[in-house]
Design a protein around this ligand. Structure first.
Ligand code: ADP
Length: 398
């Protein structure tokens, strides 16, 4: 069975074609500048076909999907003979509200429910829906599955997902913590249980997804019990450009003083804040590491804040679960920055965490980076959201 995994953004579309017998990625790629020109980078990872990396007109997502299918099936760049070899499509969808606690086969009813979730993710869900519609138009009856970033977090208890505002905002308007990165937290937590050789049902895990966007998730017995992102992905940890948690009074103060509209204010909090805002250097942790090493105090402060917040939120989840068996680092920063992992782990002495320096310096593999006698284990597990989407799609279609 071969499954196409699609992650559609407003002007981009990422894809992977995965052979489910071997879970090998046959080809992957990225359409960019959809609607404002068009560019496709298609990389066959099977056979010795060349990479296609060129501008081509992509006025809408439909042309983008058609171009992807064309490349996947072309004699020169392709990895399958025809579209008939693609058995199903798995779509990443950002927000499933309270309607979707797991992945679902897409039909007209599901499409209507996705539209209803759009107000919760006005930037992301419309792009996801456009991607699904384009795929349905180009690929006809091929079964399709929606996999939600929010679904894994639907097991949170009310005490974790409720905001302490008048209850009717929850009841009437769906105001609550939803959480994001669920597919990633789900993947690394189940992989961690495998690596520990123990059933996930008996484990307390904390997964730290640290990329451009970052969130932490407390997973007790395989179920999410709390997570740091909220109603939107803006809160929790300070991120590349997002502020993370903030006293709402700050917004009122700045909006009055500088006459910002709410959109201007949110643009500052989403795009100009986080480690970029504090450092004035960059949102990229590699640049911050370099600047801090050269003595840039604000880069140092931004990094210190990030480490502190990860440690602080992790500690709160140890309290919430009354213990922890393992802490997991994943995503761009978590997988690549040994300095970040070491700095965060230095807060975990009270948990009996002992870091194995040599293991911590390795990259690109699932690895335990704590010493064998470390009371709480620490792992680096490269995330693989596409594989989760493909597996869910296979299971649902089968
Ligand atoms: P996204 O949240 O967009 O999926 P990723 O998980 O790919 O992002 O993470 C991207 C971030 O990972 C980059 O912005 C960069 O800060 C960080 N990163 C990648 N490689 C390194 C590295 N070697 N050291 C530190 N940070 C890194």
């Amino acid at each position: 069975m071969k499954i196409l995994v699609i992650n559609a953004g407003s002007s981009s579309l990422k894809y992977q074609l995965i052979d489910m017998q071997t879970e090998q990625v046959l080809a992957k790629g990225l359409c960019e500048r959809i609607g404002i020109g068009g560019h496709l980078k298609h990389s066959p990872l099977f056979g010795d076909k060349p990479v296609f990396d060129e501008d081509l007109p992509l006025p809408t997502h439909s042309e983008a999907i058609a171009a992807v299918i064309d490349k996947l099936t072309s004699p020169e760049y392709g990895v399958v003979a025809s579209m008939a070899e693609i058995d199903a499509v798995g779509h990443r969808v950002v927000h499933g509200g309270e309607k979707f606690a797991k992945s679902v086969l897409i039909n007209d009813e599901v499409m209507a429910a996705l539209e209803e979730c759009t107000p919760f993710a006005p930037l992301h869900n419309p792009a996801n829906i456009t991607g699904i519609n384009a795929c349905r138009a180009v690929m006809g009856d091929v079964p399709m599955v929606a996999v939600f970033d929010t679904a894994f977090h639907q097991t949170m208890p009310g005490k974790a997902y409720m905001y302490a505002v008048p209850y009717e905002y929850y009841k009437n308007d769906g105001i609550r913590r939803y959480g994001f990165h669920g597919t990633s937290h789900r993947y690394v937590s189940s992989r961690c249980a495998e690596l520990m050789g123990r059933p996930i049902e008996e484990l307390k895990l904390i997964s730290c997804h640290m990329g451009n966007g970052s969130s932490i998730c407390a997973i007790d017995g395989g179920k999410c019990v709390d997570t740091s992102m909220g109603f939107t992905p803006l809160v929790g940890l300070p991120m590349g450009t997002r502020s993370g948690d903030l006293d709402p009074g700050v917004m009122q103060f700045l909006m009055h003083k500088y006459d910002y509209s709410i959109d201007e204010m949110l643009n500052i909090l989403n795009k100009k804040s986080g480690v970029l805002g504090v450092s004035g250097v960059s949102s990229d942790f590699r640049d911050l590491d370099a600047a801090a090493a050269e003595g840039n105090d604000r880069a140092r402060l931004a990094l210190d804040m990030f480490h502190y917040w990860v440690a602080k939120v992790t500690g709160s989840y140890v309290a919430a679960m009354n213990g922890v068996d393992a802490i997991i680092f994943t995503a761009g920063v978590g997988e690549n920055s040994k300095e970040t992992r070491a700095a965060i782990s230095s807060y975990f002495g009270y948990l009996g965490v002992k870091l194995d320096k040599e293991a911590n310096s390795k990259r690109g593999q699932d690895i335990m980076i704590s010493t064998p006698d470390s009371k709480v284990k620490v792992f680096v597990i490269p995330t693989n959201e596409e594989l989760v989407i493909a597996r869910d799609t296979r299971d649902i279609v089968a």
